[in-house]
Write a protein that binds this ligand. Structure first.
Ligand SMILES: [Zn+2]
Length: 282
């Protein structure tokens, strides 16, 4: 089965993460020195590495042979977590689970978890979407954090998180990635995949993605032509006609396998292409 490039080239250690050294150096130090916190908040715009870092941290604290605070990615625990089969690491999307019951379930579970089982890591994505009641339940858990449990709260909207929650978390702000970082990563992927990418094409993709690596890699993948080239023209024809928003919406839909959204985007492409053809009589 085809694996999307952005999944294939997701960083698997802190050292692999591009452009967030101010965060990854601290996290790997904390793991190596047994100074991991009970709660973290990872904030920053989409595709800057929040979820990747959360997974790496979850692996690192459970890894049987960590290397300088990085997970080994070879042991049983690392492999289970990578396969999404670990009972220690639980991910939830607050956009679809805003309810207080869910957080209460976590609290009950946390209290009765035997500590010899390793470190439980709860990753709550889009945490700003939680209801007020759910935030209160979460706050109670963070006020008396049980041993061997870590909460990682990820959000694009830090201003919507109650200050009481923030004050109990170690906060990390993920930066938008620089054009240089994105271009280097695309060139690296191209070399690994035996593809040819024009420098101008990589720079244009980096601009369109506005600092988000996931969007950049997904757009890059859409612009590969039959001969394995990514040219500036390929990128322009994707971006120039339809505008950045539609392009980004489409690459996200493809990346997330949302068929209905892909179709909607393509319908928009078709309409725009028809207008374009009409105007230029081609
Ligand atoms: Zn390991």
């Amino acid at each position: 089965m085809h694996q999307a490039l952005y999944r294939k080239y997701r960083p698997s250690t802190f050292d692999d993460v591009v452009g967030q050294e101010h965060i990854t150096s601290v996290l790997s130090w904390e793991v190596a020195n047994n100074k991991v916190n009970h709660a973290y908040v990872f904030c920053g715009s989409a595709g800057t590495g929040k979820t990747s870092c959360a997974k790496i941290l979850a692996k690192a604290v459970n890894c049987e042979n960590p290397v300088n605070g990085n997970p080994c990615n070879c042991c049983y625990s690392c492999k289970q977590i990578d396969a999404g089969a670990s009972v220690e690491v639980l991910e939830m999307d607050a956009a679809s689970n805003t309810g207080v019951d869910y957080i209460r379930d976590i609290r009950d579970e946390v209290i009765f978890t035997p500590s010899e089982m390793g470190t439980k890591v709860y990753i709550i994505d889009e945490v700003h979407m939680l209801s007020e009641g759910a935030f209160n339940a979460l706050l109670k858990t963070l006020e008396e954090p049980p041993k061997s449990v870590i909460f990682i709260l990820a959000t694009t909207e830090i201003q919507d998180i109650p200050a009481t929650i923030l004050s109990r978390c170690q906060r990390f702000d993920f930066k938008r990635l620089s054009t240089h970082d994105i271009v280097s990563r695309l060139e690296y992927i191209a070399s690994q995949e035996s593809l040819k990418v024009q420098k101008e094409a990589a720079v244009l993709i980096a601009h369109l993605a506005q600092g988000g690596m996931r969007d950049a890699v997904s757009l890059f993948e859409l612009c590969i032509d039959r001969d394995g080239n990514v040219t500036e023209d390929n990128v322009r024809s994707a971006a120039g006609i339809v505008g950045r928003e539609t392009v980004i919406e489409t690459v996200r839909a493809v990346a997330e396998n949302k068929t209905d959204r892909i179709l909607r985007s393509f319908r928009r492409y078709t309409v725009l292409l028809r207008i374009y053809r009409y105007l230029f009589r081609i």
